[in-house]
Design a protein around this ligand. Structure first.
Ligand SMILES: NC(=O)c1ccc[n+]([C@@H]2O[C@H](COP(=O)([O-])OP(=O)(O)OC[C@H]3O[C@@H](n4cnc5c(N)ncnc54)[C@H](OP(=O)(O)O)[C@@H]3O)[C@@H](O)[C@H]2O)c1
Length: 327
């Protein structure tokens, strides 16, 4: 896989990155997780699984890896993998996030898995935690799910600390979620253009069911920001585990290219000129292999047109996402 620059940051990334949200903890949003991951989810088993998927990704040329403080032990597993493979920081771009803490206690049935805290003390504490695990490998630090409501984008103390981290050499980004993604991205752009915030990268949800952030992401790309796309297969709804009319259309197009529906969904993301990286959320090497067909898959204009009507109203999409079970 050819690498490219993450926007104007100069960080080298592959078009397909690997996200560790589903590999760092026993429970996560589930459409087929029980089948894919199996019942053996103690810490050692998940670390082995995480390393297996990281090995397969690295061998295939994946050069962007995405973690967060709240993904259970994802940063720890990533750190032990980087150490075991003796990788130099220049060999792979690593991003993580602060702003949520993992409180799931390694239990599948925890009432609450992660707790949000976008305050300055949380930033300071989590930066130290991330750095103690990832050290010089950390390239990009993102606010985890920034929203206008949380006030984080207007918190002078947090923005000043992020600017200090940027000046020390870290790229600073934010991730967004929910129907108000476009407004959040545009506010972050506005603040940065005015010299009041240090953002150079955004990670957002864009998929065939929920493409409403597209125009704001295009503006971010034009401003030189790196753009990372997450939840590209709608948490499994655009994979063989999905159901409904979207899966029929995807399956038809996938069959003509001899790939899985997930590869079509990921290729549709990469068809957007502003998308630098699309994240795979694979939990098995087989899922990853299927996802890896995407960067080589060029969808024809009439295929992209056929996929456009799959979009749902954003409120409906996010309401449905909120009902997906954690297992
Ligand atoms: N707010 C944020 O910052 C935020 C939020 C979400 C995600 N992210 C980032 O984005 C990454 C990806 O997001 P995500 O995992 O939530 O969503 P996703 O990529 O849309 O969905 C991934 C899930 O799809 C299923 N899948 C993928 N390929 C498949 C295949 N070939 N066959 C069958 N099932 C397949 C698997 O779930 P099953 O095995 O359950 O079917 C997998 O866990 C995360 O790891 C994280 O790095 C960031």
């Amino acid at each position: 896989m050819q690498t490219r620059s993450l926007g104007a940051t100069g960080l080298q990334v592959s078009p397909l990155g690997l996200g560790l949200a589903a590999l760092g903890r026993p429970a996560y949003i589930d459409l087929g997780r029980g089948r894919d991951l199996g019942p053996d989810r103690d810490v050692e088993a998940l670390e082995r699984r995480c390393h297996q998927v990281l090995d397969a990704a690295y061998a295939a040329g994946v050069r962007y890896l995405d973690a967060a403080r709240s993904y259970g032990r994802a940063e720890e597993f990533l750190a032990s993998w980087l150490r075991a493979r003796d990788l130099d920081p220049a060999e792979v771009t690593v991003g993580s996030k602060w702003g949520y803490a993992y409180v799931g206690d390694w239990r599948m049935d925890a009432d609450t898995h992660e707790v949000k805290d976008h305050s300055l003390p949380a930033l300071t504490r989590q930066t130290a935690e991330t750095r103690s695990l990832l050290g010089d490998h950390l390239d990009l630090y993102q606010i985890h799910s920034a929203t206008l409501d949380s006030g984080v984008l207007e918190d002078r103390a947090v923005l000043d600390e992020l600017t200090r981290l940027r000046d020390q050499g870290l790229e600073i980004g934010l991730s967004t979620s929910g129907p108000a993604q476009p407004a959040t991205i545009r506010r972050a752009l506005e603040l940065t253009t005015a010299g009041k915030a240090p953002f150079g990268c955004v990670q957002a949800t864009w998929n065939l069911l929920e493409p409403s952030a597209g125009p704001a992401l295009a503006e971010a790309g034009s401003a030189g920001w790196g753009v990372i796309v997450k939840e590209a297969v709608a948490n499994g709804r655009l994979t063989p585990h999905g159901r409904g009319p979207a899966t029929d259309t995807l399956a038809r197009i996938a069959a003509t290219h001899n790939v899985g529906p997930d590869a079509v969904a990921l290729a549709a993301v990469l068809a957007n000129p502003w998308a630098d990286v699309v994240l795979s959320g694979a939990v098995t090497p087989a899922q990853l292999e299927s996802n890896l067909a995407a960067p080589q898959l060029e969808l024809a204009p009439d295929e992209l047109e056929e996929l456009t009507p799959l979009a749902e109203p954003p409120e409906q999409y996010w309401q449905e996402r909120a009902t997906l079970p954690w297992d």
